[in-house]
Each structure stands twice: as structure tokens, then as C-alpha cells.
Design a binder for this molecule. Structure first.
Ligand SMILES: Cc1cc2nc3c(=O)[nH]c(=O)nc-3n(C[C@H](O)[C@H](O)[C@H](O)COP(=O)(O)O)c2cc1C
Length: 202
């Protein structure tokens, strides 16, 4: 089994999502010790905005300079690593009601027509199904269904949408929310998420 581990929090040691993704990876690898783990820290090594030259390279336009050639090769590796993974574990904090831009930049490298999805006459069709995606979702406020701010969740809804485009239906959210409400609220939310992780099928 190959497991792709993605962190995107900019909060380092203070991050809530990083210990959660670490706990998910540990839970899965303890049960399957032969798992190969590939890790991306998108805050420590950001991909940057998808540039014109990088996008054109996907259309077959050869990059001209060495820096763009390196970026294009790195993008190809990011996509290959995603396609090769059986399980993808993603730390996805909510920043300003949506994903960290670092995580969006990674998704921009995956949403490649002909690789993860294709256009058909009846609409887009996913090409990267068969994976399991587990998202550690962390957020300061409350956005679960039924809460007053639920309509402002452009984080989990976005991830559901893009992985559905790729044909991925097996997606689990381990959610720690209300982290900014009080220290007790943060402790309780993180503890609940850690307990939930122990219940995940390994
Ligand atoms: C730049 C930034 C923007 C944030 N925006 C929101 C927000 O829109 N809604 C919210 O509930 N929490 C927001 N938060 C709080 C984070 O969701 C919370 O700190 C969470 O723990 C982030 O996950 P992390 O600790 O793994 O980075 C924001 C935090 C940061 C640093």
C-alpha cells in the first residue's frame, strides 16, 4: 500500500491538523507496516501559484527556461505521487472560510484533464477513483450542518467537490472544529477527533 501524507497548516507546532494527520498515518501504518509513506509539507515547501508556463506545459507547450522545467518536473511528480497512492491523508485547515492557498496550489497540480478527470459529452468523468481519502479538517469556528455559519464552509465542500471530479467517492472527514472558541473547546474537539481516528478502518 502507498500512502500519501499531505500537511498544509502554516501554524507549525501550534497546528491542530498536523497532529491529526500524524495520528491517522500512525493508525494506518501500525496496522499495515509495509505501507510506503510519501509526505508533502506544503507550508515548508510551497508549490506556489500555478503559472502560465506551468499550465501551458500541460497542453504540450515545452518550457523554455531551466526554472520552469524544474517546476514542470515537480508538478509531474506531485501528480504521479497522487495517482500512485492508495490512501491520501490530508491536513486541511480552514483559512478565511476555505483551504490554505498552499493546499489549493497542490490541487491545481492534480486537476489535469486526461489524468484525474476527462470531459465527456455528458459532463466530466473522474479518472482517479479507487482511492481512499481521509481529511483532517480543523477550524476555529463551527460550520457543521445546522450551525448558523454552515453556508460559509468552502473548505470541506470544496474538497468533496474536487475529489468527486476526480472520481473519488471514498472520502472521510475527521473534523476538529470550534478550536478558537475556548481552550476547553479546543481540547475537547481535538480529543474527539483523536478518538474518531482510532475507530477508522485500518
Ligand atoms: C490565516 C488564518 C485564517 C483563518 N480563518 C478562519 C476562518 O475563516 N474560520 C474559522 O473558523 N477559523 C479560521 N482560522 C482558524 C483555524 O481554522 C484554526 O486555527 C485551525 O486550527 C487551523 O488548523 P491548523 O491549526 O492545523 O493550521 C484561521 C486561521 C488562520 C491562521
Amino acid at each position: 500500500m502507498t500512502l500519501l501524507h499531505i500537511n498544509s497548516s502554516i501554524l507549525g507546532e501550534q497546528s491542530a491538523s498536523r497532529p491529526l494527520t500524524a495520528a491517522i498515518v500512525k493508525h494506518l501504518t501500525d496496522a499495515n507496516p509495509a505501507t510506503e509513506v510519501v509526505h508533502y509539507d506544503l507550508a515548508a515547501e510551497p508549490l506556489g501559484h500555478l503559472s502560465t508556463a506551468e499550465f501551458l506545459a500541460l497542453q504540450g507547450v515545452e518550457p523554455q527556461d531551466d526554472a520552469t522545467k524544474r517546476d514542470v518536473a515537480r508538478n509531474a511528480k506531485a501528480l504521479d505521487d497522487f495517482l500512485a497512492a492508495n490512501v491520501v491523508v490530508i491536513g486541511a485547515p480552514m483559512y478565511n472560510f476555505t483551504l490554505p492557498s498552499q493546499l489549493k496550489a497542490w490541487l491545481d497540480r492534480l486537476a489535469v484533464a486526461g489524468r484525474t478527470f476527462r470531459y465527456t459529452e455528458s459532463g466530466p468523468e473522474g479518472l482517479a477513483g479507487g482511492k481512499r481519502v481521509i481529511v483532517a479538517s480543523s477550524r476555529g469556528g463551527l460550520y457543521s450542518e445546522g450551525t448558523p455559519q454552515a453556508a460559509l464552509d468552502h473548505q470541506e465542500t470544496y474538497l468533496r467537490g474536487i475529489f468527486s471530479l476526480f472520481g473519488i467517492t471514498d472520502i472521510t472527514f475527521v473534523r476538529a472544529e470550534g478550536l478558537a472558541l475556548s481552550p476547553d473547546s479546543r481540547t475537547a474537539a481535538v480529543q474527539a477527533a483523536l478518538s474518531e481516528i482510532q475507530q477508522l478502518a485500518a
